[in-house]
Ligand binder design. Structure first.
Ligand SMILES: [Fe+2]
Length: 402
């Protein structure tokens, strides 16, 4: 049986470290090496020379990470430290909060993340490679969301039941200035042991510096004083900036399935970059200190609330453990609307709390309708595209949901 069939997303594993998968390989939608466009598969020019646990170039990087990886005294909040957590979030563009998941929720999320990853890794790669590299990504790195044919995992109870937790809802309500924010999706990312390349720094969402009325209202609800020019009535530039600052369109919570260590590919977050209009440095220009800005020290069951505009990226996993960070993605009240993809089956929506139902009001399907493509995860874009068109009833695991 393939090594990935029984994998768990925490603890030691034999999964990963496929020496046959070339360094910096990336594939297009059809599984071919692309001519030019590499999507999220931007190469890391400083990557080790071989995908081998004890290769000298890997040992060299491991030594550096052991000495330097991670923030000095990373701020970590308790779930009830709302003021402190919000202050850190506004300042840095992210905040780590411990103990978001109780034992039962952690177990449930670990089971779901393991099960879906088993599906992603099931098909063999070409040329003796253990797995298929995900289209437009670097090897041994996968996204639960983009490998899903519906683009989300809101059809899966492991993800859907995490949208409204006693430990996350109070802080989300505070950061969004009220309870009218929305769930827009759920997925997350993971890296296998042997993901030796750094993923390039990027923002998930670009700030457009636009100020629709609903955004100004949200800022006021958050306590921003709207100052206007006395003569023209125009909002002052400084206030405009503050409104944008306080009202990110998307906030994502990534949940840790295992402790983040210097060795297992902790996410890196560059503080204070959430309002940058410029692009982050490409891999060839990224300073060494940014490569070490990782969330080492966050424990299993913790999560990071991320302003999706802030620069971030995945880092090398040189360990023997999978690093999995499933997530839930939330939209601000000012972007909420019926345009969000309907990826949650009605029968899943029905099981949610009142507040859960409220925040998922724009993402659930109608009764009896299975969300297109939901329930199939695959590394290659063309397989997902086909499934989105043909998969209109639930696969076996989800049969009871329609
Ligand atoms: Fe990202």
């Amino acid at each position: 049986m393939k090594d990935s069939e029984n994998l768990l997303v925490w603890g030691e594993t034999d999964v990963g470290w496929d020496a046959n998968t070339p360094i910096n390989e990336t594939l297009d939608e059809n599984g071919n090496v692309p001519d030019a466009k590499r999507g999220f598969g931007i190469a890391d020019p400083r990557a080790p020379k071989a995908r081998v646990y004890d290769d000298p170039s890997v040992e060299e990087l491991r030594k550096k990470l052991e000495q330097h990886n991670g923030y000095h005294q990373l701020d970590i909040c308790d779930p009830d430290e709302l003021e402190r957590a919000a202050t850190i979030f506004w300042r840095d563009g992210f905040v780590v909060v411990r103990d978001l998941l109780n034992e039962e929720n952690l177990e449930k999320f670990r089971e779901g993340s393991s099960r879906v990853l088993q599906e992603i890794l099931r098909p063999d790669g070409e040329n003796g490679q253990k797995y298929i590299t995900e289209s437009n990504r670097l090897p041994h790195r996968y996204s639960y969301g983009t490998t899903s044919s519906s683009r989300q995992l809101l059809h899966d109870d492991a993800w859907a039941s995490m949208v409204d937790l006693d430990t996350t809802t109070p802080l989300l309500t505070k950061l969004f200035g009220g309870p009218d924010y929305v769930v827009v999706g759920a997925g997350g990312d993971l890296c296998l042991p042997g993901a030796v390349e750094y993923q390039h720094l990027h923002s998930d969402v670009y700030e457009r510096f636009n100020l629709p009325e609903k955004r100004i209202e949200q800022a006021e609800a958050l306590g921003v004083e709207i100052r206007r020019d006395e003569e023209s009535g125009e909002i002052e530039d400084r206030t405009k900036r503050l409104i944008c600052d306080r009202t990110p369109a998307i906030i994502t919570i990534n949940f840790m399935m295992s402790d983040l260590t210097w060795e297992n590919g902790p996410i890196r977050q560059i503080p204070g970059t959430q309002m940058a209009a410029r692009h982050p440095p490409p891999p060839s220009e990224e300073p060494e200190w940014m490569r070490m800005c990782t969330l080492v020290g966050a424990k299993a069951g913790a999560g990071v609330f991320r302003d999706n505009r802030a620069w971030h990226g995945a880092t090398p996993n040189l360990s023997r453990e999978i690093r999995s960070l499933p997530n839930v993605e939330y939209g601000a009240p000012w972007i909420a609307g019926p345009h969000h993809g309907k990826t949650m089956p009605y029968k899943v929506w029905e099981t949610l709390s009142d507040h859960g139902k409220h925040i998922c009001r724009f993402v659930h399907e109608e009764p009896g309708v299975w969300p297109a493509g939901a329930g199939l995860n695959h590394s290659l874009g063309h397989v997902r595209k086909e499934a989105k068109e043909t998969l209109t009833s639930p696969p076996e695991h989800y049969k009871h949901l329609v």
